[in-house]
Write a protein that binds this ligand. Structure first.
Ligand SMILES: [Zn+2]
Length: 145
């Protein structure tokens, strides 16, 4: 007879970041888009995690005694800022997509209000336009320039 068995299943999701928990808090089910919802939440958590790491690194490089070191640190920071800006934009798009999943307007093209094909959503979960409308939009942007 086996009596002892526990102790191993205790340490599981202790390392999950608060960000991931926050994303799950709204708990949209996703319905038929549940796989995409999962992708979005994972992507979101990954960005937040990286952003967090970036912050810690920045804290570490505050006091540089040498001026030239400081200058190169600023270049590094600009680079980090550019990346973070791009991440912020993506993060916003992900949040908007999650909002649409919650309000069940996800997967509807903003322009023609047709359903966006699942394949396209899976490949590009944050898109708000079907391929036809996206193509149109790109053509319009070219003309405007
Ligand atoms: Zn469309």
């Amino acid at each position: 007879m086996k009596v002892r068995q526990s102790t191993k299943s205790v340490e599981r999701s202790a390392s999950k970041s608060g960000a991931a928990r926050k994303a799950a808090a709204g708990s949209p089910t996703g319905g038929k888009y549940s796989a995409i919802l999962r992708d979005l939440q994972q992507q979101r958590a990954a960005i937040l995690e990286e952003a967090g790491e970036g912050l810690t690194k920045r804290d570490g490089q505050e006091a540089f005694p040498d001026v030239s070191d400081q200058a190169s640190a600023e270049v590094d920071q600009n680079f980090t800022m550019r990346i973070r800006e791009r991440e912020q934009k993506l993060l916003k798009k992900i949040d908007e997509a999650l909002d649409r999943l919650r309000s069940r307007t996800y997967g509807i093209c903003e322009r023609c209000e047709e359903e966006i094909p699942y394949q396209r959503l899976k490949a590009r979960p944050v898109t708000t336009l079907c391929i036809a409308c996206k193509t149109l939009q790109e053509q319009e942007e070219k003309i405007r320039r």
